[in-house]
Design a protein around this ligand. Structure first.
Ligand code: GTP
Ligand code: MG
Length: 454
């Protein structure tokens, strides 16, 4: 793995600029996360899409096709594209997303993850916290749409998490249209159900594109389908261009949540992550919190290219001098020593309870997911119960809260963790609460008590 990292990302012998990606150099970059209920066709749809836009070698598809044919499952070929790429990616460096890149007229996209497991929500939490936009894939097939949108369904859960984790733009593919004879009525039924859900979690529906697709037959993926004459909207490809470039919060203090840390021969310690706010320049001294370790930035790279400075939205690896690899870990946050990332002793969050089998009382200790960090957290006090639609207080100091409730809760992280007020640095002020593989709640930080730093 290290060899790959050296060769691809941190090869300093390479003439500068040689590998500059024409895509990344010219077009705004968007991180896209693909979400949705299990088996609704995320991998197949994106595999088909990448193939049709030419982001995947035809030869590779042919190979999968052969394999799939042998198994009598020819349509698997597209899903395998993503599954193979996923392996690829796991061997490589996180910022080197290789095959996951694709380009539209307006944007250069990085596909953040290929959700492959039922236990994807955990990745979804960290993945979505880095995404600018999401594609929600919803199957139109009888029974499948209904399962996804039901209270325990992932259509619901992912939409909710995406919004909470700050993915402000979303579009929807209503997939497997072939299984419902490309019925306009079924499409409208699914569309209005999903629209209701998205409105409820806080999206502006007028901005959301819905596209009827079949990943199997390639309808409305990059080519307009003649089987949906009643549909006049964009193809998936065209809809990707209807996203907007997200704001780049360069005036805020620097925050880079660490996703991974590498030690690269001949280079040194290389944390990898996405710049959420502020600007990082070569020569800057940065401090990593909570460990409170400082180092000097010797170089910054993104997508194989050395850059003098990194801006919000950039996925980077940066070499810091004077810091041991083992001193850092995923979940630490880099900032400038003048405005170091805040380690919270306690914080107050406004949350919405998405799922809980019984009731939540003070003392409950699940897991907090915030940016790239994961730590145990205690519900220290439930201060207020709120009306989830209006935010009005309905009860002070309630003895417990339940599924469907909104609440103001004081939390106590059981390990040091960086977290910020949502009003100051929203990118680091949203969080999810999980327990036993389920997302229990999500929310924003409304206040916090900084820890004393030694
Ligand atoms: P997970 O990663 O497990 O959550 O699933 P996924 O959403 O990636 O679904 P995947 O692409 O693996 O597809 C699930 C099943 O649906 C496979 O058997 C696909 O062949 C099938 N499928 C995907 N898209 C379509 C489609 O457009 N039409 C039909 N009929 N089947 C489809
Ligand atoms: Mg999949």
């Amino acid at each position: 793995m290290v060899g790959r990292v050296e060769g691809k990302v941190f090869n300093h012998d390479q003439p500068e600029g040689l590998e500059v990606d024409s895509m990344s150099a010219q077009k705004p970059h968007l991180n896209l996360v693909v979400i949705g209920h299990v088996d609704h066709g995320k991998s197949t749809l994106m595999g088909r899409f990448l193939y049709e836009v030419g982001a995947v070698d035809e030869r590779i598809i042919r190979e999968y096709e052969e394999e799939a044919k042998k198994l009598g499952r020819e349509t698997w070929k597209f899903a395998w594209v993503l599954d193979k790429l996923k392996e690829e990616r796991e061997r490589g460096l996180t910022i080197d997303l290789g095959f996951y890149k694709f380009e539209t007229k307006k944007f250069f996209f990085t596909l953040i993850d290929a959700p492959g497991h039922r236990d994807f929500v955990k990745n979804m939490v960290t993945g979505a916290s880095q995404a600018d936009c999401a594609l929600l894939v919803v199957s139109a097939k009888e029974g499948e749409y209904e399962a996804g949108i039901s209270p325990g369904g992932q259509t619901r859960e992912h939409a909710f998490l995406a919004k909470t984790m700050g993915v402000d733009q979303i579009m929807v593919a209503i997939n497997k249209m072939d299984t419902v004879n490309y019925s306009k009525e079924r499409y409208e039924e699914v569309r209005s159900g999903v629209a209701r859900l998205l409105r409820m979690v806080g999206y502006r529906i007028s901005k959301v594109q819905f596209v009827p697709t079949s990943a199997w037959y390639g309808d409305n993926v990059t080519k307009r389908s003649d089987k949906t004459p009643w549909y006049t909207g964009p193809t998936l490809l065209e809809a990707f261009d209807m996203f907007e470039e997200p704001p780049r919060p360069i005036d805020k203090p620097l925050r880079i949540p660490v996703q991974d840390v590498y030690s690269i021969r001949g280079v040194g310690t290389v944390p990898v992550g996405r710049v959420e706010t502020g600007i990082l320049k070569v020569g800057d001294v940065v401090v990593f919190m909570p460990p409170n370790i400082k180092g000097e930035v010797k170089s910054i790279e993104t997508h194989h290219t050395r850059i003098p400075q990194a801006l919000p939205g950039d996925n980077i690896g940066f070499n810091v001098k004077g810091v041991e690899r083992t001193a850092l870990r995923r979940g630490d946050v880099a900032g400038h020593p003048t405005k170091p990332p805040t380690v919270a002793e306690e914080f107050v969050g406004r949350i919405f309870v998405l799922y809980h089998p019984t009731a939540i009382a003070a003392g409950y200790t699940p897991v907090l997911h915030v940016h790239t960090a994961t730590v145990p957290v205690r519900f220290a006090a439930i201060e207020k119960k709120l009306d989830p639609r209006t935010g009005a207080v309905v009860e002070d100091n309630p003895p417990f809260i339940k599924q469907g409730d909104a609440a103001v809760v004081r939390f106590k992280p059981l390990k040091p963790v960086v977290i910020e007020r949502y009003s100051e640095i929203p990118q680091l002020g949203r969080f999810a609460i999980r327990d036993s593989g389920r997302t229990v709640a999500a929310g924003v930080v409304i206040d916090l008590k900084p820890a004393e730093i030694r």
